[in-house]
Every structure is written in structure tokens, then in C-alpha cells.
Write a protein that binds this ligand. Structure first.
Ligand code: GAP
Length: 437
């Protein structure tokens, strides 16, 4: 086996995702919906693994985190108070000649339009990225609602509900995984910048004087998460925001960045949001979201440390990081070296010929019923089946061959090394358990 130095490109990943049923362009048969994607069977399994790994990693840092699932439709007042109605916008310009639209920070207005070559720009203006909709039949100001552009706000407006209805004490976290929507001016780079995407956000509520301490704790914990899901440490770094790039709510932000083929880009943001959110929602709603401190006998607004990462952006990162091309037995192969935690299929069960289908199927069914994410494949030559499993990132292949009947063993093949070893059939499950630890 020899490694090749071929670089992964976005085009290669998009093609693999389509070919193997990870991700499809949404509404493809109607020409596609820009910035919107559907996830196929393998993509769906992989997303479930990402969500699980994220939650597991939070619980490893704290046993004081509660789950939450807020509504996607949000009241106009929520988004006014959060600052999104006034601040959640990107600057944009249009080319008057070809009507192409750009973010002004991504284009040089001194130069002609990259699309049509004419220089005929509109003046720059702010474009609010929230999707607005109407609730009910009467279309007036009072029926305006928004699809949430982040999951965080539903946590803030329910902070008191959660605190008062659960046996929980400060400091504690509320974690949510769910859809978010942004009308990005230029959705691009596949799953990197989408219009409909999914966020994993955890809001950590603490006393004001503890916020800096917990900010550091969570930055370290979140940095450690990426090797935990198999991402190469050298491709990850932390970047603290300069004062002039902080969001309107943030006192301090550190991004976890990944080195994509298109440069170092944000993968996750960790922010010290201070008491901005609870204070804003208290003042706009007239409901006191402060907390009474038994020690000081005073009420205060908790400060919030937020960790926020996109499921889809992480999905893309994991694929970039895992993609490999090499030569095996004189043939080129593509493989996804996904961590077993993340791989959509943990092991494939392959009878060598039709004669071994029945006994191999019995072993497979027994494990499948126990809940393992595994696949049975009896079609094509064994070499082709190995290639297929390599390309979808399956760490192990078990093969039942002519000798299995007599020696009660199978061959197990490792995706990354392609090395094979013989193990007893009753050792398959312990082997899988060890893999998944
Ligand atoms: N609550 C804070 C917040 O939403 P953000 O930096 O705007 O902060 C957090 O978003 C994370 O959500 C990003 O680091 C990224 O992983 C993901 N994300 C944001 N916009 C996205 C988009 N248009 N497409 C895919 N993922 C996106």
C-alpha cells in the first residue's frame, strides 16, 4: 500500500457525497435550491453520530447540563430584543448589468463585476439575513415571525422556566441541537455556508465574576473535542477575536478554526456573552430574568459562556479531514478515514461467496438486533466490496470464507492499514466494542 499526495478538493467531496448517498442538493430534480441540502442514508447516520459525540463531550466536561429543544418559529419581539432585527445583516451590492449579488466584504468595488466584466455597482446596503414569515391569515405587523437564525435565543427566553422547573443550581448549562436559518447573500462551499443548517449550542450560565474562568474552561474543552472525533490536531487552532470584530453581544470570542483547502475558517465560536441576553430579554419583556443569590441576598443577571458549532460545517470538516487516496494492490482507492465514533457504518459483514451467505447473515442479524450500525454486503467481488466500504469510511470488514465453517473464525480487515487477521467468531462483538470505545 502506498499513499498518494493528491489533495482533496471540494469537487471530489461533493461527488463522493452524492455517489455514496451522504448528501444531495435539495430539490435537485427541479434545478436545486441554492444553499439547501438533503442528507441521504449514510449522511443521516453520520449526523446522528456527530450529535451524540458532541453531547458526550459536553457531559465529559460537566454533569450539570440540561437538554432543550426550542421552536424554530420565533416571535418578532425575541429577535428585536436579541439585536438581530437591527444588527443581523451583511453589506451587499448588486451588479446593475448582470444582476449578480455580492457581499461587499468579498468583492473589490474598484474593479469590474467578476461575472460579467462591467463596472456598474449599486451603492452598498445592509441586507438582514433573517427569514421573515407571517403567522396566521392576517398579514400585518403583529403577525410577523422569524425562522430562528440561531438556536441560542430560545434558551435565553426559557432560562427562568428551566431554572425553576428543574433541580438545578448555578452554574449550569443548557444545550440544544436544532435547525437555524440564514438568508446568506452568497451561500457557498457546499455545507460550509448554507441557508438552512443545524447548530449545536450550549449556553453556560454562571455568576458574573466566574465568566472569565468558565470561558477558559470551555475554550479548552471545545478544542479537545476535535481530536476526540478524529480530526487532525495540526489542522485546528484557536483564534481570539480582535475587539473590533466582536459581535454586538460579545465581550470576548475565540473561534476554533480548521484549515480547509480554502483557508483557515471558523468551525466553532466560543463567546463570553456577558449578561447581554438576559438583560435585553428582561427589559423588552418586562419579566425579571435575574437570579436571587442566597449568599449576597441580591438579585443578579447570570453571565453566559456560549459554545456554538454547526453540525453541517463539522460534517464537512470531518469529510475533508478523513478523505484519502492511495494505491492498494496496484489499484487506486479512495477512503474516508473517519473515526469509528463518526463513521456511519462501523463494520461490514461480507460472505466470500453465495455459499457463506447464510451463516454470515446469522452473525450479522444477531449483532444488528443489538443495535450496532453495521452493513451486510453479498454483491460483487470481495475487492469491490472492500473499496465500497473504504469509500464510506467503514473501519472494519469481517469476511466469512471457506474455512470459517471448520475453524469457526472470520477474517477482519482494517480500513486504514488494509491488514487482515483471523479472529474467532465469538470474538467479533468484543472486537466491535473495543473499536467503539
Ligand atoms: N449563537 C451564536 C452563533 O450563532 P455564529 O458564529 O453565527 O454564532 C455559530 O454561528 C456556528 O454555526 C458557526 O461557527 C458555524 O459552525 C455554524 N454556522 C453559522 N452560519 C452557518 C451557515 N450559514 N452554514 C453552516 N453553518 C453555519
Amino acid at each position: 500500500m502506498s499513499s498518494s499526495s493528491v489533495q482533496v478538493t471540494l469537487e471530489k467531496l461533493v461527488a463522493l457525497c452524492k455517489r455514496r448517498g451522504f448528501v444531495y442538493q435539495s430539490a435537485e430534480i427541479y434545478g436545486g435550491l441554492n444553499g439547501v441540502y438533503d442528507f441521504g442514508p449514510l449522511g443521516t447516520l453520520m449526523k446522528q453520530n456527530i450529535r451524540r459525540a458532541w453531547l458526550d463531550s459536553l457531559y465529559q466536561t460537566s454533569d450539570n447540563i440540561l437538554l432543550f429543544e426550542g421552536a424554530i418559529l420565533g416571535a418578532a419581539q425575541t429577535w428585536k430584543a436579541s439585536g438581530h432585527v437591527d444588527n443581523f445583516s451583511d453589506p451587499m451590492v448588486d451588479c446593475l448589468n448582470c444582476k449578480h449579488r455580492y457581499r461587499t466584504d468579498e468583492i473589490n468595488l474598484e474593479k469590474p463585476c467578476p461575472h460579467c466584466g462591467k463596472k456598474d455597482w449599486t451603492s452598498p446596503r445592509q441586507f438582514n439575513m433573517m427569514f421573515q414569515t407571517q403567522l396566521g391569515a392576517a398579514a400585518d405587523q403583529s403577525s410577523i415571525a422569524y425562522l430562528r437564525p440561531e438556536t441560542a435565543q430560545s434558551i435565553f427566553i426559557n432560562f427562568k422556566n428551566v431554572l425553576s422547573t428543574n433541580r438545578v443550581k448555578m452554574p449550569f448549562g443548557i444545550a440544544q441541537i436544532g435547525k437555524a436559518f440564514r438568508n446568506e447573500i452568497t451561500p457557498k462551499q457546499f455545507l460550509f455556508r448554507m441557508r438552512e443548517f443545524e447548530q449545536m449550542e450550549m449556553e453556560w450560565f454562571c455568576k458574573p465574576e466566574q465568566a472569565d474562568y468558565y470561558f477558559d474552561i470551555w475554550v479548552k474543552a471545545r478544542e479537545a473535542f476535535y481530536p476526540y472525533v478524529g480530526i487532525n490536531k495540526d489542522k485546528i487552532h484557536l483564534r481570539a477575536h480582535a475587539k473590533d470584530e466582536l459581535s454586538h453581544y460579545s465581550k470576548a470570542t475565540t473561534d476554533v478554526e480548521y484549515e480547509f483547502p480554502f483557508g483557515w475558517k471558523e468551525l466553532e465560536g466560543i463567546a463570553n456573552r456577558g449578561d447581554f441576553d438576559l438583560r435585553q430579554h428582561s427589559s423588552h419583556s418586562g419579566k425579571d430574568l435575574g437570579v436571587y443569590d442566597e449568599e449576597t441576598k441580591q438579585t443578579y443577571f447570570p453571565h453566559v459562556v456560549e459554545c456554538s458549532v454547526g453540525v453541517d460545517r463539522l460534517f464537512l470538516t470531518l469529510l475533508f479531514d478523513a478523505y484519502a487516496e492511495d494505491i492498494v494492490e496496484g489499484e487506486e482507492r479512495i477512503s474516508l478515514r473517519l473515526h469509528p465514533r463518526i463513521a456511519p457504518i462501523k463494520a461490514a459483514f461480507l460472505p466470500l461467496t453465495k455459499k457463506q451467505v447464510e451463516p454470515m447473515k446469522a452473525i450479522f442479524d444477531n449483532l444488528r438486533k443489538k443495535g450496532y450500525q453495521i452493513q451486510f454486503d453479498e454483491s460483487a467481488s470481495i475487492g469491490k466490496r472492500y473499496r465500497r466500504q473504504d469509500e464510506i469510511g467503514t473501519p472494519l470488514c469481517f469476511t466469512y470464507d471457506f474455512e470459517s465453517e471448520t475453524d469457526h473464525c472470520v477474517t477482519v480487515r482494517n480500513r486504514d492499514t488494509t491488514k487482515q487477521e483471523r479472529i474467532a467468531i465469538d470474538q467479533i462483538e468484543p472486537y466491535l466494542i473495543a473499536l467503539l470505545q
